[in-house]
Design a protein around this ligand. Structure first.
Ligand code: SF4
Length: 390
Protein backbone atom coordinates (compact mmCIF):
# COMPACT_ATOMS: atom_id res chain seq x y z
CA UNK A 1 0.00 0.00 0.00
CA UNK A 2 1.27 3.47 -0.79
CA UNK A 3 0.49 6.86 0.65
CA UNK A 4 1.58 10.41 0.05
CA UNK A 5 2.06 11.98 3.45
CA UNK A 6 1.50 15.68 3.63
CA UNK A 7 1.34 16.71 7.22
CA UNK A 8 2.89 15.93 10.53
CA UNK A 9 1.31 16.65 13.86
CA UNK A 10 3.33 18.47 16.43
CA UNK A 11 6.06 16.33 17.96
CA UNK A 12 6.64 15.51 21.60
CA UNK A 13 9.68 13.55 22.75
CA UNK A 14 9.13 10.49 24.90
CA UNK A 15 11.65 8.04 26.33
CA UNK A 16 12.10 4.71 24.54
CA UNK A 17 10.31 1.65 25.81
CA UNK A 18 11.79 -0.65 28.40
CA UNK A 19 13.82 -3.61 27.15
CA UNK A 20 11.88 -6.81 26.58
CA UNK A 21 12.72 -10.46 27.07
CA UNK A 22 12.11 -11.56 23.48
CA UNK A 23 14.89 -13.58 21.89
CA UNK A 24 15.62 -14.43 18.27
CA UNK A 25 14.52 -17.73 16.80
CA UNK A 26 15.33 -19.96 13.88
CA UNK A 27 11.64 -20.61 13.19
CA UNK A 28 11.86 -19.66 9.53
CA UNK A 29 15.56 -19.40 8.90
CA UNK A 30 15.43 -22.35 6.57
CA UNK A 31 13.57 -23.34 3.46
CA UNK A 32 12.19 -26.23 5.52
CA UNK A 33 9.51 -23.75 6.48
CA UNK A 34 8.23 -23.85 2.90
CA UNK A 35 7.83 -27.60 2.72
CA UNK A 36 4.96 -27.62 5.22
CA UNK A 37 4.04 -23.97 5.13
CA UNK A 38 2.71 -22.41 8.28
CA UNK A 39 4.66 -19.20 7.97
CA UNK A 40 1.60 -17.11 8.64
CA UNK A 41 -1.62 -17.63 10.58
CA UNK A 42 -3.33 -19.16 7.51
CA UNK A 43 -1.54 -22.44 8.39
CA UNK A 44 -1.93 -23.89 4.89
CA UNK A 45 0.46 -26.84 5.42
CA UNK A 46 1.24 -26.99 1.70
CA UNK A 47 4.58 -28.02 0.22
CA UNK A 48 5.54 -24.86 -1.63
CA UNK A 49 8.87 -26.36 -2.67
CA UNK A 50 6.92 -28.85 -4.79
CA UNK A 51 4.88 -26.09 -6.36
CA UNK A 52 1.86 -26.32 -4.09
CA UNK A 53 0.21 -22.99 -3.32
CA UNK A 54 -1.69 -22.01 -0.22
CA UNK A 55 -3.84 -18.99 0.52
CA UNK A 56 -1.13 -16.51 -0.53
CA UNK A 57 -0.98 -18.14 -3.97
CA UNK A 58 2.80 -18.40 -4.10
CA UNK A 59 5.05 -21.46 -4.33
CA UNK A 60 8.67 -21.77 -3.20
CA UNK A 61 10.24 -19.11 -5.42
CA UNK A 62 10.15 -15.33 -5.00
CA UNK A 63 8.01 -13.60 -7.62
CA UNK A 64 7.79 -9.85 -8.08
CA UNK A 65 6.29 -7.46 -10.61
CA UNK A 66 8.28 -4.25 -10.19
CA UNK A 67 11.39 -2.84 -8.49
CA UNK A 68 11.75 0.90 -8.96
CA UNK A 69 12.03 4.25 -7.24
CA UNK A 70 8.70 5.28 -5.76
CA UNK A 71 7.86 8.79 -4.63
CA UNK A 72 4.40 8.63 -3.08
CA UNK A 73 5.04 6.97 0.26
CA UNK A 74 5.15 9.11 3.39
CA UNK A 75 7.90 11.76 2.95
CA UNK A 76 10.04 10.13 5.64
CA UNK A 77 10.07 7.01 3.44
CA UNK A 78 10.18 8.47 -0.09
CA UNK A 79 12.42 11.43 0.73
CA UNK A 80 13.59 13.39 -2.28
CA UNK A 81 15.25 10.56 -4.19
CA UNK A 82 12.52 7.95 -3.87
CA UNK A 83 12.04 4.67 -2.08
CA UNK A 84 13.47 1.58 -3.78
CA UNK A 85 10.22 -0.32 -3.86
CA UNK A 86 9.83 -4.00 -4.70
CA UNK A 87 6.27 -5.21 -5.33
CA UNK A 88 5.98 -8.91 -4.57
CA UNK A 89 3.37 -11.24 -6.00
CA UNK A 90 0.72 -12.87 -3.81
CA UNK A 91 -0.70 -11.95 -0.42
CA UNK A 92 -1.78 -13.82 2.68
CA UNK A 93 -4.64 -11.40 3.40
CA UNK A 94 -6.78 -11.16 0.27
CA UNK A 95 -8.77 -8.09 1.34
CA UNK A 96 -11.86 -7.88 -0.83
CA UNK A 97 -11.11 -4.22 -1.63
CA UNK A 98 -7.45 -4.72 -2.59
CA UNK A 99 -6.33 -2.24 -5.25
CA UNK A 100 -3.21 -4.23 -6.12
CA UNK A 101 -5.27 -7.30 -6.89
CA UNK A 102 -3.55 -7.85 -10.22
CA UNK A 103 -0.45 -8.98 -8.36
CA UNK A 104 -1.87 -9.91 -4.96
CA UNK A 105 -4.26 -12.45 -6.52
CA UNK A 106 -2.57 -13.20 -9.86
CA UNK A 107 -4.61 -15.54 -11.99
CA UNK A 108 -7.87 -14.37 -10.47
CA UNK A 109 -7.67 -10.65 -11.19
CA UNK A 110 -8.56 -10.73 -14.84
CA UNK A 111 -12.03 -11.94 -14.06
CA UNK A 112 -12.94 -8.75 -12.27
CA UNK A 113 -11.36 -5.96 -14.26
CA UNK A 114 -13.09 -3.93 -16.93
CA UNK A 115 -12.11 -5.28 -20.29
CA UNK A 116 -11.12 -1.95 -21.69
CA UNK A 117 -8.53 -1.38 -18.98
CA UNK A 118 -5.91 -2.36 -21.54
CA UNK A 119 -2.97 -1.70 -19.28
CA UNK A 120 -2.73 -2.56 -15.64
CA UNK A 121 -2.14 1.00 -14.51
CA UNK A 122 -5.62 2.08 -15.58
CA UNK A 123 -7.87 1.89 -12.58
CA UNK A 124 -11.56 1.07 -12.58
CA UNK A 125 -11.99 4.57 -11.19
CA UNK A 126 -11.65 5.77 -14.75
CA UNK A 127 -14.88 4.02 -15.64
CA UNK A 128 -18.39 5.01 -14.76
CA UNK A 129 -20.24 2.96 -12.18
CA UNK A 130 -22.58 1.72 -14.91
CA UNK A 131 -19.61 0.44 -16.93
CA UNK A 132 -18.24 -1.36 -13.89
CA UNK A 133 -21.67 -2.72 -13.00
CA UNK A 134 -22.13 -3.95 -16.56
CA UNK A 135 -18.80 -5.70 -16.37
CA UNK A 136 -19.68 -7.40 -13.11
CA UNK A 137 -23.14 -8.44 -14.29
CA UNK A 138 -21.60 -9.79 -17.49
CA UNK A 139 -19.66 -12.19 -15.33
CA UNK A 140 -16.39 -10.36 -15.56
CA UNK A 141 -15.29 -12.51 -18.45
CA UNK A 142 -13.25 -9.94 -20.28
CA UNK A 143 -9.63 -9.49 -19.37
CA UNK A 144 -7.25 -6.72 -18.45
CA UNK A 145 -3.59 -6.96 -19.30
CA UNK A 146 -1.83 -9.30 -16.91
CA UNK A 147 1.08 -8.20 -14.76
CA UNK A 148 4.53 -9.42 -15.67
CA UNK A 149 5.54 -11.62 -12.73
CA UNK A 150 9.08 -12.93 -12.69
CA UNK A 151 10.65 -15.70 -10.63
CA UNK A 152 13.69 -14.47 -8.74
CA UNK A 153 16.45 -16.34 -6.92
CA UNK A 154 17.73 -14.88 -3.63
CA UNK A 155 21.00 -14.06 -5.43
CA UNK A 156 19.18 -12.11 -8.16
CA UNK A 157 17.06 -10.44 -5.48
CA UNK A 158 20.24 -9.22 -3.80
CA UNK A 159 21.36 -7.73 -7.15
CA UNK A 160 18.02 -5.96 -7.52
CA UNK A 161 18.42 -4.41 -4.08
CA UNK A 162 21.91 -3.21 -4.96
CA UNK A 163 20.67 -1.80 -8.29
CA UNK A 164 18.05 0.25 -6.43
CA UNK A 165 20.77 1.54 -4.12
CA UNK A 166 22.85 2.54 -7.15
CA UNK A 167 19.84 4.45 -8.52
CA UNK A 168 19.92 6.61 -5.38
CA UNK A 169 17.09 5.06 -3.39
CA UNK A 170 16.84 6.18 0.22
CA UNK A 171 15.89 2.65 1.22
CA UNK A 172 14.76 -0.78 0.03
CA UNK A 173 10.99 -1.03 0.45
CA UNK A 174 9.65 -4.61 0.52
CA UNK A 175 5.92 -4.50 -0.29
CA UNK A 176 3.84 -7.50 0.88
CA UNK A 177 6.86 -9.72 1.57
CA UNK A 178 5.39 -11.89 4.37
CA UNK A 179 5.08 -15.13 2.44
CA UNK A 180 8.65 -14.90 1.07
CA UNK A 181 10.48 -14.29 4.35
CA UNK A 182 12.53 -17.53 4.29
CA UNK A 183 13.81 -16.54 0.84
CA UNK A 184 14.31 -12.88 1.62
CA UNK A 185 16.53 -13.59 4.61
CA UNK A 186 19.34 -15.01 2.43
CA UNK A 187 18.72 -12.30 -0.19
CA UNK A 188 19.09 -9.50 2.34
CA UNK A 189 22.07 -11.19 3.99
CA UNK A 190 23.79 -11.50 0.62
CA UNK A 191 22.97 -7.93 -0.39
CA UNK A 192 24.34 -6.53 2.86
CA UNK A 193 27.51 -8.60 2.48
CA UNK A 194 27.86 -7.19 -1.05
CA UNK A 195 27.49 -3.56 0.00
CA UNK A 196 23.85 -2.74 0.71
CA UNK A 197 24.00 0.05 3.27
CA UNK A 198 20.66 1.86 2.89
CA UNK A 199 17.85 1.01 5.34
CA UNK A 200 15.47 -1.85 4.58
CA UNK A 201 11.74 -1.13 4.99
CA UNK A 202 9.31 -3.99 5.64
CA UNK A 203 5.90 -2.97 4.28
CA UNK A 204 3.37 -5.51 5.52
CA UNK A 205 -0.34 -6.12 6.02
CA UNK A 206 0.71 -7.44 9.47
CA UNK A 207 -1.04 -10.81 9.37
CA UNK A 208 2.19 -12.32 10.62
CA UNK A 209 3.50 -14.75 13.15
CA UNK A 210 5.68 -13.10 15.78
CA UNK A 211 8.30 -15.74 15.02
CA UNK A 212 8.59 -14.47 11.45
CA UNK A 213 9.14 -10.91 12.64
CA UNK A 214 11.74 -12.13 15.12
CA UNK A 215 13.57 -14.02 12.38
CA UNK A 216 14.06 -10.74 10.51
CA UNK A 217 15.72 -8.98 13.43
CA UNK A 218 18.88 -7.22 12.32
CA UNK A 219 17.83 -7.25 8.66
CA UNK A 220 14.98 -4.74 8.84
CA UNK A 221 15.52 -1.11 9.81
CA UNK A 222 12.08 0.44 9.35
CA UNK A 223 8.88 -1.48 10.00
CA UNK A 224 5.93 -0.25 7.97
CA UNK A 225 2.98 -2.37 9.12
CA UNK A 226 -0.72 -1.83 8.53
CA UNK A 227 -3.16 -2.06 11.37
CA UNK A 228 -6.38 -2.54 9.42
CA UNK A 229 -8.93 -3.53 12.05
CA UNK A 230 -9.56 -4.12 15.71
CA UNK A 231 -12.98 -5.64 15.13
CA UNK A 232 -12.89 -9.36 14.40
CA UNK A 233 -16.25 -9.05 12.64
CA UNK A 234 -14.84 -6.49 10.20
CA UNK A 235 -11.61 -8.40 9.61
CA UNK A 236 -13.56 -11.58 8.99
CA UNK A 237 -15.90 -9.84 6.56
CA UNK A 238 -13.33 -7.86 4.60
CA UNK A 239 -10.27 -10.06 4.88
CA UNK A 240 -11.44 -13.51 5.90
CA UNK A 241 -9.35 -13.38 9.07
CA UNK A 242 -11.35 -12.99 12.26
CA UNK A 243 -8.12 -13.28 14.25
CA UNK A 244 -6.39 -10.43 12.37
CA UNK A 245 -6.01 -8.08 15.33
CA UNK A 246 -4.68 -10.82 17.59
CA UNK A 247 -1.81 -11.54 15.19
CA UNK A 248 -1.24 -8.04 13.85
CA UNK A 249 -1.04 -6.44 17.28
CA UNK A 250 1.46 -9.08 18.45
CA UNK A 251 3.56 -8.60 15.31
CA UNK A 252 3.62 -4.83 15.77
CA UNK A 253 4.61 -5.26 19.42
CA UNK A 254 7.62 -7.26 18.27
CA UNK A 255 8.49 -4.61 15.67
CA UNK A 256 8.43 -1.92 18.36
CA UNK A 257 10.48 -4.18 20.61
CA UNK A 258 13.15 -4.29 17.90
CA UNK A 259 12.91 -0.58 17.03
CA UNK A 260 11.68 1.15 20.20
CA UNK A 261 12.38 4.69 19.06
CA UNK A 262 12.29 6.48 15.70
CA UNK A 263 15.63 7.58 14.25
CA UNK A 264 16.01 9.91 11.28
CA UNK A 265 18.82 10.48 8.84
CA UNK A 266 19.91 13.68 10.59
CA UNK A 267 20.38 11.80 13.85
CA UNK A 268 17.21 13.15 15.43
CA UNK A 269 14.35 11.16 16.95
CA UNK A 270 11.59 13.40 15.60
CA UNK A 271 10.87 15.66 12.66
CA UNK A 272 9.71 19.23 12.96
CA UNK A 273 8.97 20.45 9.44
CA UNK A 274 6.73 17.92 7.76
CA UNK A 275 6.58 19.35 4.27
CA UNK A 276 10.11 20.54 3.73
CA UNK A 277 11.75 18.97 0.72
CA UNK A 278 14.90 18.40 2.71
CA UNK A 279 13.20 16.62 5.60
CA UNK A 280 15.24 13.74 6.96
CA UNK A 281 14.13 10.21 6.14
CA UNK A 282 13.43 7.52 8.71
CA UNK A 283 16.36 5.16 9.07
CA UNK A 284 14.97 3.17 11.99
CA UNK A 285 11.60 2.87 13.65
CA UNK A 286 7.99 1.83 13.25
CA UNK A 287 5.41 3.66 11.14
CA UNK A 288 1.94 2.09 11.36
CA UNK A 289 -0.56 2.73 8.58
CA UNK A 290 -4.31 2.67 8.88
CA UNK A 291 -6.48 2.88 5.77
CA UNK A 292 -9.81 4.43 6.75
CA UNK A 293 -12.69 2.55 5.10
CA UNK A 294 -16.10 4.07 4.31
CA UNK A 295 -18.67 3.36 7.01
CA UNK A 296 -16.10 1.90 9.44
CA UNK A 297 -15.40 4.96 11.59
CA UNK A 298 -15.92 3.22 14.91
CA UNK A 299 -13.27 0.63 14.17
CA UNK A 300 -10.87 3.26 12.79
CA UNK A 301 -11.17 5.11 16.08
CA UNK A 302 -10.49 1.86 17.96
CA UNK A 303 -7.32 1.31 15.88
CA UNK A 304 -5.99 4.80 16.61
CA UNK A 305 -6.91 4.53 20.28
CA UNK A 306 -5.14 1.19 20.62
CA UNK A 307 -1.98 2.42 18.92
CA UNK A 308 -1.76 5.64 20.87
CA UNK A 309 -2.58 4.11 24.25
CA UNK A 310 -0.07 1.29 23.67
CA UNK A 311 2.85 3.12 22.06
CA UNK A 312 2.35 6.86 22.40
CA UNK A 313 4.97 8.72 20.40
CA UNK A 314 7.34 5.80 20.13
CA UNK A 315 5.75 5.07 16.74
CA UNK A 316 4.48 7.17 13.86
CA UNK A 317 0.93 6.69 12.62
CA UNK A 318 -0.21 7.32 9.05
CA UNK A 319 -3.95 7.83 8.61
CA UNK A 320 -4.84 7.17 5.00
CA UNK A 321 -7.84 8.34 3.01
CA UNK A 322 -6.93 6.80 -0.35
CA UNK A 323 -9.45 3.95 -0.23
CA UNK A 324 -10.29 3.17 -3.85
CA UNK A 325 -13.50 1.24 -4.62
CA UNK A 326 -12.59 -1.57 -6.97
CA UNK A 327 -15.08 -3.47 -9.17
CA UNK A 328 -15.02 -6.65 -7.10
CA UNK A 329 -16.57 -4.94 -4.07
CA UNK A 330 -19.75 -4.26 -6.04
CA UNK A 331 -20.77 -7.86 -5.58
CA UNK A 332 -19.03 -8.49 -2.27
CA UNK A 333 -19.84 -5.57 0.01
CA UNK A 334 -22.13 -2.74 -1.01
CA UNK A 335 -20.85 -0.59 1.87
CA UNK A 336 -17.42 -0.43 0.25
CA UNK A 337 -18.70 0.79 -3.11
CA UNK A 338 -17.93 4.41 -2.42
CA UNK A 339 -14.97 6.53 -1.50
CA UNK A 340 -14.36 7.81 2.00
CA UNK A 341 -16.00 11.22 2.36
CA UNK A 342 -13.96 14.28 3.35
CA UNK A 343 -16.21 14.62 6.39
CA UNK A 344 -15.50 11.04 7.52
CA UNK A 345 -11.77 11.57 7.14
CA UNK A 346 -11.65 14.98 8.79
CA UNK A 347 -13.63 13.64 11.75
CA UNK A 348 -11.15 10.79 12.15
CA UNK A 349 -8.18 13.16 12.00
CA UNK A 350 -9.82 15.40 14.61
CA UNK A 351 -10.25 12.31 16.78
CA UNK A 352 -6.54 11.51 16.43
CA UNK A 353 -5.60 15.03 17.46
CA UNK A 354 -7.97 14.88 20.43
CA UNK A 355 -6.37 11.59 21.48
CA UNK A 356 -3.04 13.39 21.62
CA UNK A 357 -1.36 11.72 18.67
CA UNK A 358 1.57 13.92 17.73
CA UNK A 359 3.69 11.76 15.42
CA UNK A 360 1.45 11.23 12.47
CA UNK A 361 0.78 11.70 8.78
CA UNK A 362 -2.45 12.51 7.04
CA UNK A 363 -3.32 12.76 3.38
CA UNK A 364 -4.74 15.62 1.39
CA UNK A 365 -8.15 15.18 -0.16
CA UNK A 366 -8.06 14.02 -3.76
CA UNK A 367 -5.54 11.25 -3.16
CA UNK A 368 -7.96 8.64 -4.52
CA UNK A 369 -6.39 8.30 -7.90
CA UNK A 370 -5.39 5.63 -10.39
CA UNK A 371 -1.91 7.16 -10.34
CA UNK A 372 -1.28 5.41 -7.03
CA UNK A 373 -1.60 2.00 -8.65
CA UNK A 374 1.83 1.23 -10.13
CA UNK A 375 2.49 -0.35 -13.49
CA UNK A 376 3.36 -3.99 -12.86
CA UNK A 377 5.44 -4.48 -15.99
CA UNK A 378 8.58 -6.08 -14.62
CA UNK A 379 10.50 -2.82 -14.37
CA UNK A 380 13.74 -3.42 -12.46
CA UNK A 381 13.04 -7.14 -12.31
CA UNK A 382 13.30 -8.45 -15.82
CA UNK A 383 16.83 -8.87 -17.07
CA UNK A 384 17.26 -7.62 -20.61
CA UNK A 385 19.57 -9.78 -22.68
CA UNK A 386 20.94 -8.93 -26.07
CA UNK A 387 22.00 -11.52 -28.62
CA UNK A 388 24.59 -10.25 -31.05
CA UNK A 389 25.07 -12.29 -34.18
CA UNK A 390 27.32 -11.71 -37.14
S1 SF4 B 1 2.65 -18.08 3.71
FE1 SF4 B 1 1.09 -18.65 2.17
S2 SF4 B 1 1.11 -20.90 2.05
FE2 SF4 B 1 2.20 -20.30 3.94
S3 SF4 B 1 0.67 -20.40 5.57
FE3 SF4 B 1 0.70 -18.27 4.81
S4 SF4 B 1 -0.86 -18.15 3.19
FE4 SF4 B 1 -0.44 -20.33 3.58
Amino acid sequence: MTAPAVFQFENTDHPPSAASSFTNTSFINSEDALSDCRLCPRNCHVNRLRGERGFCGEAGVIRAARAALYYTEEPVISGTRGSGTVFFSGCNLGCIYCQNRLISRPGRSQAICPSSAGTVDKSPLEYSSSEVSAEVSAGGTRQAALPLLTEITPERMAQIFLNLQEQGAHNINLVTPEHFVPLLIPALTRAKADGLIIPVVYNTGSYERVEAVKALEGLIDVWLPDLKYVSSALSARHTGAGDYFQYASAAIAEMVRQCPEPLFSDGSHSIDCPDDADDPVMVRGVLVRHLALPGCAEDSRAVLRYLHETYGDRIFISIMNQYTPMPQVLKLDAGLCRRLSDEEYDTLVDYAIDLGITNGFIQESGTVSPSYIPVFDGTGIVQVTCNISR
